[in-house]
Design a protein around this ligand. Structure first.
Ligand code: ATR
Length: 287
């Protein structure tokens, strides 16, 4: 990589940020496209977030990704919010257009694109069981609502959080005639629910503690797709169990890659080299 007087800067804001895989995959993509850009991590302390956002303007940084814990709090410092990011209430991508900052959410379309491209799954008209009701679930549910899903069941340990998502999306659900139901985690063994769903997605952070949602896969339809948004390890315990039961699976690496690909397309206007991005991560994760 050759840094010159014309090199443009893209980056990622987070705290901490050292765990991020985005610089690896984005720099591989920028190099493959022959673009004179560099993508760097910025560890932004909470008290410095507003200064950091102003720094994008002051330094002419082309754009940034935003990761935990700033996806919601960064929004108030931006000039414009894209419609779906507004619906979700979270921004993971900022574009600097001559000093005007616009916020986007590419996690949500990134997940939908990974369903299409990696698993050949179109959420249109489908019934989907979302396990978990945190930030990840919120983005995925918005993506499903915007892509024609007909019914969503949210199962979560804390039922109030599932209810909150349902209330947040009530308007769009009414407009699009989509039904959201909420359920406790015990429903993951309910034959009626399990046999009626086309996709089950795990959005919980249970894997970080060595656990996973206890779904009885033998009660699901043979054609169900089982997906996990976690990508470390690429084959999570949840997916391993589903695969063992003979069900189709789709891992979280795809969502990571496609959210990055859509961000790159927003910043550069070029089509992202998705395979290059995916391979850079696979090599790193030793898949
Ligand atoms: P993220 O923003 O990554 O989605 P989050 O907002 O902390 O993370 O959400 C984590 C999700 O994992 C929540 O749905 C959480 O359930 P609660 O809403 O009941 O907290 C779920 N989760 C985490 N650990 C869990 C566990 N041990 N058992 C069941 N659910 C768990």
């Amino acid at each position: 990589m050759k840094i010159t007087g014309e090199t443009k800067v893209i980056g990622i804001f987070g705290y901490p940020v050292s765990h991020t895989l985005s610089p690896l995959m984005q720099n591989a993509a920028l190099e493959a496209l022959g673009l004179n850009y560099i993508y760097v991590p910025f560890e932004v302390r909470p008290e410095s977030l507003e200064f950091a956002v102003n720094g994008i303007r002051a330094l002419g940084v082309s754009g940034v990704n935003v990761t935990v814990p700033y996806k919601e709090s960064v929004m108030k410092f931006l000039d414009e919010i894209d419609e779906s990011a507004g619906l979700i209430g979270a921004v993971n991508t900022i574009l600097n257009k001559n000093g005007r900052l616009k916020g986007y959410n590419t996690d949500s379309p990134g997940y939908i694109r990974s369903l299409h491209e990696d698993a050949g799954f179109d959420p249109k008209g489908k019934t989907i069981l979302v396990v978990g009701a945190g930030g990840g679930a919120r983005g995925i549910i918005a993506g499903l609502l915007l892509n024609g899903t007909s019914e969503i069941v949210i199962a979560n340990r804390t039922i109030e959080k599932a209810e909150e998502i349902k209330v947040n999306y009530a308007k769009i659900c009414r407009r699009k005639h989509i039904q959201i139901k909420t359920a406790p985690l015990s429903y993951l063994n309910d034959p009626q629910i399990l046999s009626s769903v086309d996709l089950i997605v795990n959005t919980t952070s249970m894997g970080l503690e060595g656990g996973f949602p206890d779904v009885d896969f033998s009660l699901t339809s043979r054609n169900v797709l089982i997906s996990d948004i976690a990508y470390k390890p690429p084959l999570t315990q949840f997916l391993k169990k589903a695969q063992g039961a003979g069900r189709k699976i789709s891992g979280g690496l795809g969502m990571l890659v496609y959210q990055g690909a859509i961000s790159l397309e927003i910043w550069t206007g070029r089509k992202a080299p998705v395979e290059v991005m995916k391979n850079s991560l696979k090599i790193f994760l030793n898949e």
